[in-house]
Design a binder for this molecule. Structure first.
Ligand SMILES: [Zn+2]
Length: 228
């Protein structure tokens, strides 16, 4: 079985490392003069690990049963404030996380579900949250430099000194009024950097459910952090 990979040589590197990217491409980062044979050797020695990372079928063929089927079928995850069941289906390697009233994931990918769900959420967050940022900015008459969905651990959103709006992808698990509250909160910082009474006035005017949104996050925020 041939394993394709990209070699990235750099004089700044002293060690050979292998990474598996989000799109599942395998990248070998190597010091400038590493011979091709040595790279192949290292890749071969880490084959099992690489297959595991990319969820390759080779790994599963050795196992009598699809791993983890019992583990997560019936588990549920949040999306836009509602909880949906995950069904593990037979499926094949071309399939990923799919949503249609419930989530499905092929059994051969159950062991990489954490990453697959995160990717799915990120995509939804970009599709659904970023246009709302644009819309609210227009309504509020503010301009930001950029708006991004980010993977931050400790905050739901931020507005940087350079007027960049960053929003945590985990917000896509929350109800829309919570998402809107965070969007408006960060955009309001473009007018008022501090949490002054004026700031909260702007937020409440733009997001009538801001108080409710804030309370929801206080009470339920930790659910958004939990991983499957
Ligand atoms: Zn703030």
């Amino acid at each position: 079985m041939k394993l394709n990979y990209i070699v990235n040589r750099s004089p700044k590197r002293h060690k050979l490392t292998i990474t598996v990217e989000r799109d599942r491409s395998v990248v070998v980062h190597a010091p400038e003069n590493t011979p091709e044979e040595q790279i192949q050797e290292v890749v071969d020695s880490r084959r099992q690990w690489i297959y595991e990372k990319i969820g390759h079928s080779q790994k599963y063929r050795e196992l009598p049963h699809p791993p983890g089927k019992e583990l997560i079928s019936g588990e549920s995850v949040l999306y836009l404030g509602r909880s949906y069941r995950i069904e593990v289906i037979d499926g094949d390697l071309k399939q990923g996380v799919h949503f249609d009233r419930c989530f499905t994931i092929p059994a051969v990918k159950v062991n990489i579900r954490k990453r697959l769900f995160q990717e799915w959420y990120l995509e939804q967050a970009r599709d659904k949250i970023l246009p709302r940022v644009k819309r609210y900015a227009r309504e509020m008459g503010v301009e930001y430099a950029s708006a991004k969905i980010v993977d931050s651990q400790y905050r739901w959103g931020s507005c940087t000194a350079k007027n960049n709006i960053n929003l945590n992808w985990r917000l896509i698990k929350a109800p829309v009024f919570v998402i809107d509250y965070i969007i408006v909160h960060e955009l309001a910082h473009l007018m008022e950097p501090n949490h002054t009474p004026r700031f909260w006035n702007i937020v409440r005017t733009q997001a009538p459910l801001a108080v409710k949104g804030r309370a929801w996050l206080k009470e339920n925020g930790h659910f958004l952090e939990s991983e499957i």
